[in-house]
Design a protein around this ligand. Structure first.
Ligand SMILES: [Zn+2]
Length: 213
C-alpha cells in the first residue's frame, strides 16, 4: 500500500509538472552533481522504484561514452529517466520508435539530446573513419560537420579539439530536428507545445550540461 501511494504520488507530480519544470529540475540536478553536492546514494529508493510501475519524467538520448553516466549527471535515480544510448547520439528508426513509446505512449514531456565534449564518435566522423557498420553510423554526423564548418570563423583548425566539440554541439541540434522530421506524432506534440525537445552538451571536464536552445 505504501509502495502504491509512492508510485501514485510520483505519477501525479510528473503529470502536473510542465516540461520546463522538469527541465529546471534536471538542470538543478546537474548543478548539484557538477559541484559535488550530490545527496547520498539511496539504495532503498532504487529498490522501491525498481519493483514498481515506471513513470519517468524525461527521455535523454545520449552517446555510448562511458564517461557520461546519464542518471548521475542529472542526479536522478531508478525510474526517473528513459535513456536511449548510441554512439554519437545519432538518430535511427529504432530510437525514433523508442521516443514515440516514451512521448506518445507514456506521456513524457521532455527530451534532452545530450552530446558531449571529447566525443570519440564525432572525432571519428571528422576523420572519416571507416569500420564495419560504424561507417554508416558516423555518416550521420556529416551534416553537423558541414554546419560547424559553415559557422566556424576564418582560420579555424578543423582537427582541433574545439572544432570537434563544436561539431558535437551542432550534432545535438541536428538530431533534435531529425527527430521532428522522422516522427509526425512527435513533431505535432512539439508544435502544440506539449513536449519540449532540447539539444544539450555535457562537458566531461566541468561535468556541466549546457543547454543549446
Ligand atoms: Zn561520444
Amino acid at each position: 500500500m505504501v509502495l502504491e501511494l509512492e508510485v501514485s504520488r510520483q505519477n501525479d507530480k510528473r503529470m502536473s509538472a510542465t516540461a520546463k519544470d522538469i527541465l529546471d529540475e534536471l538542470v538543478r540536478g546537474n548543478a548539484a552533481y557538477a559541484s559535488g553536492e550530490v545527496v547520498a546514494y539511496d539504495r532503498e529508493r532504487d529498490q522501491t522504484h525498481s519493483a514498481s510501475p515506471q513513470f519517468p519524467k524525461a527521455v535523454v538520448v545520449s552517446c555510448l561514452d562511458s564517461r557520461v553516466p546519464v542518471e548521475r549527471v542529472f542526479n536522478q535515480g531508478v525510474g526517473d529517466l528513459f535513456v536511449a544510448r548510441v554512439a554519437g547520439n545519432v538518430m535511427n528508426d529504432d530510437i525514433v520508435g523508442s521516443l514515440e513509446f516514451a512521448l506518445i505512449a507514456n506521456e513524457v514531456k521532455l527530451v534532452i539530446v545530450l552530446g558531449h565534449t571529447k566525443c570519440g564518435a564525432v572525432k571519428g566522423a571528422c576523420a572519416h573513419v571507416e569500420l564495419g557498420s560504424l561507417t554508416q553510423l558516423l555518416d550521420k554526423i556529416q551534416p553537423a560537420i558541414e554546419q560547424a564548418k559553415a559557422d566556424a570563423s576564418e582560420g579555424t583548425d578543423f582537427d582541433s579539439a574545439a572544432f570537434i566539440d563544436a561539431v558535437a554541439a551542432q550534432n545535438a541540434v541536428h538530431v533534435v530536428e531529425e527527430i521532428k522530421k522522422s516522427s509526425p506524432g512527435i513533431a505535432d506534440l512539439a508544435k502544440k507545445g506539449e513536449v519540449l525537445l532540447v539539444p544539450a552538451i555535457y562537458d566531461l571536464e566541468s561535468q556541466r550540461v549546457e543547454l543549446l536552445s
